[in-house]
Write a protein that binds this ligand. Structure first.
Ligand code: GLC
Ligand code: MG
Length: 258
């Protein structure tokens, strides 16, 4: 089996968002699944992504990275790549929670979105200097990186973990070089995937935090959701490009339909 490529896709707002386009994506993927490893890379935990696989047209992937890069698992066996967690040092989520408990800007997300390796809050419209200040404060009690998405979701993670480093770790586990890994996303927690040199696809409905990313290796698609992913694959797989769904035409058309 030639498994020399991986397609690593965010789920909500990237593959999910346009069911008809997702159907086209699934149809394309099922013809290519022997050559391309499919990975979902979500802010949600693996079990929650598996629920979406069971209830939508999302094809079963080869691996799922969940919790904003904090867990890596394989649906076929149910196994987790436990060596990933061995990299997380000096991480103290309880100390972070204690330090932030009286901050009026931060509301803890529900318990189902918290784990040993992820403390998440809702925090609306924080400025870059507020984020810097929060990072400085929590760094006095724990190793931590901050990931801010959609001007609302604030995740504290072990400093070694994010969607990009987890992708690199999985790629290395599979023996793939960075130019054999295509990543696709729509919001702030995907940014780390675009900063490591993989081939990138930003869908047209992406948050402003990703729209400025254009680079030789990052393609900004004029199409939204799964159509944007398929369009990006036309860019990165020019020898065998997937067809575009016929119901979408351009950024302007898909944006005005929102
Ligand atoms: C997902 C997670 C949430 C996180 C957000 C951004 O929605 O459920 O906890 O804050 O992604 O990373
Ligand atoms: Mg998303």
């Amino acid at each position: 089996m030639d498994t020399s490529m991986a397609l690593v896709c965010d789920v909500d707002g990237t593959l999910l968002g346009d069911d008809a386009a997702l159907g086209h994506f699934a149809e394309w993927y099922l013809q290519r699944e022997r050559e391309i490893r499919l990975v979902y890379n979500s802010g949600r935990f693996i079990d929650s992504v598996m629920e979406s696989v069971a209830t939508t047209l999302l094809p079963t992937p080869d691996a799922i990275i969940g919790g904003v890069g904090t867990e890596i698992g394989f649906p076929a066996t149910g196994n987790r790549l436990t060596t990933w967690w061995e990299r997380f040092h000096e991480w103290n989520p309880d100390a972070i929670a204690e330090m932030l408990k009286d901050d009026p800007r931060l509301q803890p997300q529900p318990e189902e979105f918290q784990s040993n390796y992820k403390r998440s809050y809702y925090a609306h419209n924080l400025t870059p200097s507020e984020l810097d200040e929060l990072h400085r404060r929590v760094s006095t009690v724990s190793s931590a990186s901050l990931v801010y998405s959609s001007q609302r979701d604030l995740d504290f993670l072990p400093s070694q973990a994010n969607k990009g480093t987890a992708t690199a770790f999985l790629g290395c586990h599979w023996g793939l070089s960075y130019d054999r890994i295509i990543v696709a996303g729509d919001s702030g927690n995907d940014k780390a995937m675009f900063e490591l040199g993989f081939l990138g696809i930003v869908v047209a409905n992406a948050q402003p935090e990703l729209q400025q990313l254009a680079d030789r290796r990052i393609y900004l698609s004029p199409y939204s959701y799964a159509s944007g992913v398929l369009d990006g694959l036309r860019q990165w797989l020019p020898d065998d490009p997937p067809p575009l769904p016929s119901h979408v035409s351009s950024t302007l058309a898909s944006k005005s339909a929102e």
